[in-house]
Design a protein around this ligand. Structure first.
Ligand code: B4P
Length: 189
């Protein structure tokens, strides 16, 4: 199974990615997690991306694309993967398409988690109190939402045209949303 999960900041991508990946026996690959781990470990990549993430902007495509291609080439991703938070703009879509085509592979589905924008901000502000992520403050959240609307939302119509989009209502209990995702993917066969 080769899957993407797409959604606005706070829609529940990272929250659901682990269960989906476990269900299908594939690795969940989150570009956000990879960047945060690098910041935490003080690597050169971490130093490069920290200010960008703190502002809620996108890390440059050439950096992100290379990391993803490298990760997808690892043994555990050979039979499938779930990409969480990538691609995030149409350039990244092209980079992923080129990689898959070159490897003779194709995506099975793109899960879109749909949540009302006001709920999203409330979720992220709640997470700020629990986890203290430096990009979960009101100003950065506003920019992340803007970046999502301008750069990431156009991906939905791209994948809809490709017949890959599976839209799921992301409002409700976490378990409920997870079951909706499984039902929607199972319905595709
Ligand atoms: P991400 O790590 O992808 O951050 P995110 O969009 O906030 O999603 P996340 O997975 O953390 O949160 P979720 O919706 O699960 O990206 C962070 C930054 O990294 C970006 O701003 C960018 O700078 C950089 N980056 C990442 N990928 C990139 C790329 N491809 N290109 C360039 N730059 C990139 O959940 C949020 C909260 O909601 C959680 O607290 C959760 O508990 C809660 N929640 C989830 N589901 C819920 C539900 N059903 N009910 C109530 N609360 C719920």
């Amino acid at each position: 199974m080769r899957l993407l999960i797409v959604g606005a900041p706070g829609a529940g991508k990272g929250t659901q990615a682990g269960s989906i990946a476990e269900h299908y026996g594939i690795p969940a690959i989150s570009t956000g997690d990879i960047f945060r781990a690098n910041i935490k470990n003080g690597t050169e990549l971490g130093r490069k991306v920290k200010a960008i993430m703190d502002a809620g902007d996108l890390v440059p495509d050439e950096v992100t694309d290379e990391i993803v291609v490298d990760r997808l080439g690892q043994a555990d991703a050979a039979t499938g993967f779930l990409l969480d938070g990538y691609p995030r703009n149409l350039h990244q879509v092209d980079a992923l398409d080129a990689y898959l085509k070159g490897s003779g592979l194709a995506l099975d589905a793109v899960v879109s988690l749909d949540v009302d924008p006001e709920l999203l901000t409330a979720r992220l502000l709640k997470r700020a109190q629990i986890e203290g992520r430096t990009d979960d403050n009101e100003e950065t959240i506003r920019n992340r939402m803007k970046v999502y609307a301008e750069q990431t939302e156009p991906l939905l119509s791209h994948y809809e045209k490709a017949g890959l989009l599976v839209s799921v209502d992301g409002v409700g209990e976490i378990d409920e949303v997870r079951e909706r995702i499984f039902a929607a993917l199972d319905a595709r066969g």
